[in-house]
Design a binder for this molecule. Structure first.
Ligand code: NIG
Ligand code: FE
Length: 408
């Protein structure tokens, strides 16, 4: 057993409910706290001195200076396995160019597909691990990563295999998702429905065989896949044994409904969700995931996070880090900014980037500092946890622990 501390404050989130709004009075703060760890799991949280005297013959890891500790974060939506760069898309968008003009001049998702297809496995692996390390340095120890820039058997499998190789190089938990239904690739001869059939017949069986992903995602949008064809596809993936997540209501409403109807683990984006569908989501167990990084990258409105929480939804916040719409990658900055625009309490933001986003990935063993849970936590050199969001991402994590071991 090992006792780590003393911390000026330990923020446990232990008593937070899975869904709905939260007030900051609900935040449990353990002053002069300690974290007792046994076999990679949290054994007990309490006053450091009390834990020390109650437990003889244990290893003590002394914390230097004033630090606070809280559960490590989960980023439940990223596209960080990619080749190339889309800075020109960003510049063109800001210069007033339309989606079509950008696509016609060689930008858009298709440009990332070409760069990703052309990149070597080693190159993709190296940049992926670098991005994972960037996220760990923010205090994120669980990271979902999508394919979706391969868009044919060979290249989708290549992406998912690289994510699997990256898992060998990091202690963070990587959760791969097959997003072959990101877009019908330009070189596919056939209709949308035929492409979705191709995914079901050619890609997913191999994904299963090699155990490359347990989750399937789809981009439902006017420019990508339509609600009806998507619903039929998702029900079939479910029959194959996959969990489902959906890129929903980013620009046009209607698809979060599909996500709920097929029992998706999460519906992500939701910038355009109408009030009626907010209610529908809130009555379901489908996590509503806000992606403020995409709103900031595109200059579009934010997900109605306040309304979702008030209606009782399970609200997660994730980065959507990708080369096109969300190039920033700093979830802490993004969540802090979402809080100012949507009027979210600190409690709601912390819940959204910890156990609620972990729940979206089906991981209920983390995201709170509570006996029996995975000992993943992050520390900051500050005297008050409020400084984390207040500094909007510029207060850097001091240390990051995974399974009770310091990795940063
Ligand atoms: O989540 N919306 C669709 N997919 C990504 C963007 C991907 C890209 O532009 O490369 C998103 O925003
Ligand atoms: Fe996305």
């Amino acid at each position: 057993m090992k006792l780590i501390g003393p911390f000026r404050q330990v923020i446990t989130l232990a008593n937070f409910p899975l869904r709905g709004k939260l007030s900051d009075e609900q935040i449990e703060i353990i002053e002069d706290g300690g974290i007792l760890i046994s076999q990679n799991k949290i054994r007990q949280i309490g006053n450091f001195e009390a834990l020390k005297s109650e437990n003889q013959n244990i290893e003590i890891e002394e914390i230097e200076g004033m630090q606070i500790a809280l559960p490590a974060f989960t980023d439940s939506h990223t596209h960080i396995c990619f080749g190339g760069n889309r800075a020109n898309d960003f510049a063109m968008r800001n210069a007033g160019k339309t989606y079509l003009e950008i696509a016609e001049s060689g930008g858009g998702i298709w440009s990332s597909v070409q760069h990703t297809r052309n990149a070597s496995e080693e190159e993709l692996l190296k940049t992926l691990v670098k991005r994972i390390d960037f996220l760990i340095a923010l205090g994120i120890t669980t990271i979902e990563i999508k394919s979706g820039y391969g868009l044919d058997v060979e290249n989708e499998l290549k992406m998912l295999r690289i994510i699997k190789r990256a898992q060998q190089q990091t202690k963070a938990t990587l959760v791969p998702t097959c997003l072959s239904a990101h877009l019908k690739p330009r070189d596919f001869e056939g209709s949308n429905e035929e492409y979705l059939e191709y995914i079901l017949a050619e890609i997913l069986p191999k994904v299963k065989e090699e155990n490359l992903a347990k989750r399937v995602d789809i981009f439902i949008e006017k420019s990508a896949f339509q609600p009806e064809e998507s619903k039929a596809f998702l029900l079939k993936t479910k029959n194959l044994g996959f969990e489902i997540t959906v890129h929903a209501d980013q620009f046009t409403p209607g698809s979060s409904r599909v996500a709920v109807e097929v029992g998706a683990k999460s519906a992500d984006h939701l910038e355009a969700t109408i009030d009626e569908d907010i209610e529908f989501l809130a009555e379901s167990d489908t996590v509503a995931t806000a992606l403020p990084g995409a709103s900031l990258g595109l200059g579009e409105k934010f997900t109605p996070a306040r309304k979702l929480l008030d209606a009782g939804a399970i609200l997660a916040i994730a980065s959507d880090w990708n080369p096109g719409s969300a190039p920033m990658g700093n979830l802490i900055t993004q969540a802090s900014i979402l809080a100012t625009f949507e009027k979210l309490t600190t409690a709601e933001v912390l819940a959204g980037i910890t156990f609620r986003s972990a729940f979206a990935l089906g991981l209920e063993d983390r995201g709170k500092l509570k006996s029996g849970l995975k000992a993943d936590f992050v520390t900051f050199k500050t005297n008050n946890f409020q400084n984390i969001l207040y500094n909007q991402g510029s207060l850097k994590a001091e240390n990051v622990y995974i399974d009770g071991e310091k990795v940063l």
